[in-house]
Design a protein around this ligand. Structure first.
Ligand code: NAD
Length: 155
């Protein structure tokens, strides 16, 4: 399958590498250009035993690639995972601004019918918020593309 992971941190990078190892074609998107340039060279920003070898092997097999460009990163994707951070807000609740900002960008840039997976750890009801943001962007574009939302938070 063609899979895109938006957010190449602890959760997104590990998920992306494992999906690639299973034979999927994975595009990892992150807005951090230094992180992406390092990942393209197989330089892993976190300590996770075996991950560096897995990423390097899958870069060679062309099962995984890294980009800062969400538009090209989601081109041809069947499933798009949102795996960005959800830092704790002042009241202790998860701050959804990064998740919703990615949802907006997906709605602006998607060119295919896709399944969007909320992989970030988010409260119940977030799938409805993500749906509403993506729908609103598609409406602005007069687009009849369709999408489904799956909730698969990392724990
Ligand atoms: N790290 C863990 O062990 C762990 C465990 C369980 C759940 N979680 C949850 O998983 C989610 C991700 O956590 P993490 O630890 O992987 O975070 P992280 O900070 O390591 O990675 C998040 C990445 O998202 C990128 N990002 C932010 N906004 C972006 C955007 N608009 N477009 C593209 N990339 C963007 C950041 O540059 C960063 O590289 C959070 O909801 C967290 O609570 C994490």
């Amino acid at each position: 399958m063609n899979i895109t992971i938006v957010g190449s941190g602890y959760v997104g990078l590990v998920a992306g590498a494992c999906f690639a190892e299973m034979g999927n074609y994975v595009s990892c998107v992150d807005k951090d250009i230094i992180k992406i340039n390092n990942l393209k060279e197989g330089v892993i920003p976190i300590y996770e035993p075996g991950l560096s070898k897995m990423v390097k092997e899958n870069i060679k097999k062309e099962n995984i690639n890294f980009t800062t460009n969400l538009e090209s990163g989601i081109k041809g994707a069947e499933i798009v995972f949102i795996a960005v951070g959800t830092p704790m807000g002042a009241d202790g609740s998860a701050d959804l601004k990064y998740v919703l900002s990615v949802a907006k960008e997906i709605g602006e840039k998607m060119q295919d019918n896709i399944i969007i997976v909320d992989k970030s750890t988010v409260p119940v009801g977030t799938a409805d918020k993500v749906r509403s943001v993506v729908e609103s962007e598609l409406k602005k574009r007069n687009s009849n593309l369709s999408f489904d939302i799956v909730s698969n938070p990392e724990f």
